[in-house]
Write a protein that binds this ligand. Sequence first.
Ligand code: PGA
Length: 244
Amino acid sequence: MVELIVAEDYQRLSEQAAHIVARQIRNKPDSVIGFATGSTPLGLYRELVEMHRQGELSLAKVTTFNLDEYVGLSREHPQSYYRFMWENLFAHVDIEPDRIHFPAGLFTDGEAACEAYERELEAAGGIDLQILGIGANGHIGFNEPAESLTLSTHIVGLAEETRQANARFFENLAEVPREAITMGIGNIMNARAILLLASDKNKAEAVQSMLTGKVDPKVPASVLQLHPRVTVLVNAEVAAHLQT
Ligand code: PGA
């Protein structure tokens, strides 16, 4: 079941998202949270850091799994998702570093790297709350539009539109990695609850297809219609383009 919530603006969306994440962690301090990178959750992370600074939220017992990582970037690379999470969230809260999990961006055996992440997810007992953004092409994590869905952690060639959308963070398009390692659709669907955020009007079409289109691997987010507990949080700008 998908519940749609419209927040007035990006700040309110970030506050509401933080409220949902904080409630999860307060109800279950040792929650397993799936984190996402990208511009959209930045406000959420700022709010979580602020809650922590105010002494309102502890992540000391939380375990984290990130959705994806670029293949070929070391953890120290300025554009690695590992670094993004440390800079925007992990360094500013009381999270235990050994409870933080990322798929490996650098590896000699891709299959082994994917299997290792699957084992870590399984050992943690799955994800309680998965945070998601959405690509303008309907991707979630780096599950790009395809002929079929891939369920488990896998290595994926990035869609050209995704590389172009992410080129803003790199010197030029050629620098953007061509592959990523990502949780699969099954990993995401196994999360006990999902919170998807969209705040840019160029996402409205993808959000619309996700909410009311047919379930189609060409719009990977559309599978979320089959999940029992999804909250889709959009700002008024995105909502203005939706027909629900
Ligand atoms: P964005 O990316 O938050 O930077 O727009 C989301 C995504 O592509 O999944």
